[in-house]
Design a protein around this ligand. Structure first.
Ligand code: TYD
Ligand code: MG
Length: 477
């Protein structure tokens, strides 16, 4: 009889090693490796247990399944049925982020900070699917919560005026129990709120621990694939944006949606960060109201400070045009330069390294004496300006505040700023200019190289090309 093999398993990421390390070689966490004997490791990692739970969902004659030709697979299927449609304003917005609806048998993770509105979002989606628009027979949907009692969810649904009798609520944290109980309903979709509260019996550790989270997710994935029932999973996220801490969940699931919003704002953004069935550049915009989330169909205006047409125009405000997913919209960048104080920089919604660069370029290449100024930068409505297309608007906002010269509110700025102060074109210039022309903007400042092409579009907007920041300052201020 040989020695029993020993393994060291990381409590943080679940990786296992043949020897002990002070820092996990997989996730770098320190002091997380624990010693296990080999038979325990299998149990710990849920190899036995989750297989067994999932096996209950195998089709009757799984062993006799053979590969099928594509034509055979799609023979009786109407292409419009390949996704579960989501109707209405709200549903269309969510559906677009998902790439056109929910794919049967898919596992979708919806992440976000606690309190951002994940439960609200999923309850509304559940209601829409349960109402079964476009379908002869409305199908049941099960919403399982490990965080709230069914009375609490019921109250919430009541406030949101959800009345469908096809929505089933269940409060449980035991995955086996959940899958057993919903089996007789064969629902159209299953919602689990949240992955951090459910557990598999027989796996070491309590709910929320990384091995539990990983194995529960794998079990739900197998369940989804075997039953063709889509599973929507809520996951709490840490501020850094990693779902459940380590990113292993993102690899397991088919799609990851991430809900963002600032606590002071009622706007919520839904972003697709991974999607096996669609694009990942889609962005949904919602507003949290008393009766749940409402789609914002024209997000352009929401990012602007409410400005009365007759009120005074403030210095330090410039409009950028961003493209996210299939839409272009306008966002407002605010700058405040305070002279005579420390040279502090306070930045919100813009990458600090980007704004530092733009400030330095304004000083060096455009001659702005910003060195004795404290500079505050802010992007309205909690939007994060990540595209370099916003550089020019950032620069313009700073100039406007520094020179105390308000920019007329029908002017928009599009362009990247280089280290030499030169303006560079950015992708989809035409889409951006078309969008602002439609919104009634009268003038837009763009890089010189893009001017001709844009002018030839014959839009109802003046396109002004500039080579560098100096020219912008001479043109606008
Ligand atoms: P919730 O969906 O519970 O967030 P999460 O599941 O991400 O933790 O909702 C969070 C907040 O939304 C909560 O503080 C109350 C607010 N809210 C509304 O403003 N209107 C509503 O209709 C609902 C249901 C919630
Ligand atoms: Mg919740």
């Amino acid at each position: 009889a040989g020695k029993v093999k020993v393994s060291f398993v990381c409590e943080n990421c679940g990786a296992s090693f043949g020897q002990w390390w002070g820092n996990c070689r997989s996730c770098s966490a320190s002091g997380t490796l624990k010693k296990f004997l080999e038979p325990e490791v299998n149990k710990l990692r849920g190899i036995d247990v989750s297989e067994a739970v999932a096996r209950a969902w195998l089709p009757q004659h799984a062993g006799r399944l053979v590969p099928q030709s594509l034509a055979e697979v799609n023979k009786d299927r109407d292409p419009s049925e390949w996704r579960i449609p989501l109707s209405g304003h709200f549903g269309t917005e969510v559906g677009r982020v998902l790439g056109g609806g929910i794919v049967p048998g898919s596992l979708v993770l919806v992440g976000g900070d606690p309190g951002v509105g994940k439960s609200t979002l999923l309850l509304q989606m559940a209601a829409i699917i349960a109402q079964g628009f476009n379908r002869k027979e409305p199908a049941p949907v099960v919403y399982v919560s490990g965080e709230e009692s069914i009375e609490q969810i019921g109250n919430r649904a009541d406030r949101m005026r959800i009345t469908t009798g096809n929505l089933y609520l269940y409060s449980s944290t035991d995955i086996e129990d959940i899958l057993d109980k919903i089996k007789p309903l064969s629902p159209e979709a299953l919602i689990i709120d949240s992955i951090q509260t459910v557990y598999l019996r027989g796996i070491a550790g309590s709910a929320g621990n990384i091995v539990q989270v990983k194995e529960c997710t794998s079990t739900l994935l197998r369940f989804a694939k075997q039953t063709n029932i889509p599973v929507l999973l809520i996951g709490h996220v840490t501020k850094t944006g990693d779902i459940a801490g380590p990113r292993i969940l993102e690899h397991i699931v088919d799609a990851v949606l991430y809900m963002e919003g600032e606590s002071y704002s009622t706007y919520r953004l839904l972003r697709s960060v991974k999607n096996r069935f669609g694009s990942t550049d889609e962005l949904g915009v919602f507003e949290m109201t008393e009766s749940g989330l409402q789609a914002v169909s024209d997000p352009s205006n929401m990012f602007l400070t409410e400005q009365n047409s007759d009120s005074e125009i403030l210095a330090g405000i410039a409009v950028a045009v961003v493209v996210d997913g299939s839409r272009a919209f306008v966002i407002e960048v605010q700058a405040l330069c305070v002279s005579g104080s420390s040279a502090a920089r306070h930045v919100n919604g813009i990458q600090q390294s980007r704004s530092d660069m733009i400030i330095s370029v304004l000083m060096k290449q455009a001659g702005l004496k910003l060195q004795d100024n404290a500079i505050f930068l802010n992007v309205v409505s909690g939007f994060k300006l990540t595209e370099t297309a916003g550089d020019l608007a950032i620069a313009a906002a700073i100039c406007s505040s520094f020179l105390e010269f308000p920019i007329p509110n029908d002017v928009a700025f599009i362009g990247e700023v280089g280290l030499g102060g030169e303006l560079r074109t950015v992708p989809r210039m035409d889409k951006r200019v078309v969008a602002i022309a439609k919104l009634g903007y009268k003038k837009c400042i763009v890089p010189k190289t893009a001017e001709k092409t844009l002018a030839s579009l014959n839009l109802d907007i003046r396109v002004l090309g500039c080579r560098n920041l100096k020219e912008v300052i001479n043109t606008v201020f």
